[in-house]
Design a protein. Structure first.
Lengths: 192, 192
DNA sequence: CATTTTTTGTACTGATCAGTCAACTATTTA
DNA sequence: TAAATAGTTGACTGATCAGTACAAAAAATG
């Protein structure tokens, strides 16, 4: 009861996510957030309490949308190598095409001091763990079907691939050298 | 001529480096920098001009000290695998032992928006390139001596290893799971 | 010793920060 | 329609920000 909200929570968190994604937590101002979300200060604080709580929501939303989409992509049909190649190629193209070089919000949050404690860190950990699990599942599958050599523990292989993947996204932050990124991809696939 | 400085530039930049390393660029305040360096605002600004210029100096200093030390470690005697294992083990131990989880300053700079443009980005790029080159040299050496299989381009192998290395440092930011980090190491070494 | 040059310490600046508050508006409920 | 409830608005707060101004202090130069 009472006056209804004039905005959709999802849309507002999506907008806030964009701000944090572009600027990081520290550099994002509440003014930026108001401008992008279209909300006044009062509404923003009434709905989310603080800049940091909104940040948590944004990271959560990132996991629910972008993170989930990536996991879904990995679950599509095709050989294991094809799917992993698809994922990395998609990231290379997306990162290089983005003039703001925002990269991966979860990775950004992991690196920024503000995201290394409390709820944000927990969200990031979970997102990392989800990817690890999906990759491990894929490697296990590939080993079972004979597509991949089965001489090494799937979890180890998955974790190494995941590391190469995050390293790739770090490199993509500062380099324009597509060939370097493609080398990372080829090497990571060859290491399976 | 004129009054001599009461401080050593190196010592001051070292102190500033610690601040930026712990807090990142945005969250580090000029007050933090004054407190840690022991300089007054006047001296700091007279000597370095701005917070951002001091940041540049700090990143440069990081490359000159920590970065160079790491490259030197890779050049020590021992088999290629031994040296690479040493490097990763050292990083795992160091990162997990650091309560502040500062990680690698160059990597932090690469992900923070402030470090993705201008001189700081150039410094980070160079540091990445230096490591790539040293790794490539090591792989080439290993392939020549027969320690490593020579069926893949050394540069590709080096780049993939480098990516896994940076990914490792990202993971170490949010996880305490030493086994997960060791898996990354073992997998990266197995992929050589 | 007086002048020049540079550093140092500190008080100060305007801007901007995250967050608050009270008046006002819109809706539900009785 | 009147009371209750919740959302919106924009001005406001004190704190803190990066950076500056300036006078005092310390050295070099003549």
């Amino acid at each position: 009861m009472g006056r209804p909200r004039e905005f959709s929570d999802h849309a507002v968190v999506d907008a806030a996510m964009e701000v944090f994604w572009e600027k990081g937590y520290e550099a994002a101002t509440t003014q930026d957030l108001c401008a992008r979300t279209g909300l006044g200060r009062g509404s923003l604080y009434n709905a989310f309490g603080s800049k940091h709580r909104l940040y948590e929501e944004a990271v959560r939303r990132y996991a629910e949308t972008k993170g989930a989409a990536q996991l879904a992509m990995l679950a599509e049909p095709g050989s294991v190598r094809e799917r992993l190649r698809e994922m990395m190629l998609g990231v290379i193209d997306a990162d290089l095409a983005d003039p703001g070089r925002r990269g991966c919000l979860a990775l950004n949050a992991a690196t920024e001091p503000s995201g290394r404690t409390g709820d944000v860190a927990a969200l990031v950990r979970r997102q990392f763990a989800d990817l690890e699990q999906e990759l491990c599942h894929l490697v296990t599958l590939g080993q079972r079907t004979g597509e991949l050599p089965a001489d090494r523990p799937p979890l180890q292989v998955a974790r190494t691939f995941q590391s190469a993947y995050y390293g790739l996204r770090v490199l993509a932050k500062v380099t324009d050298d597509r060939n370097a990124l493609l080398d990372v991809m080829e090497g990571a696939l060859a290491a399976l």
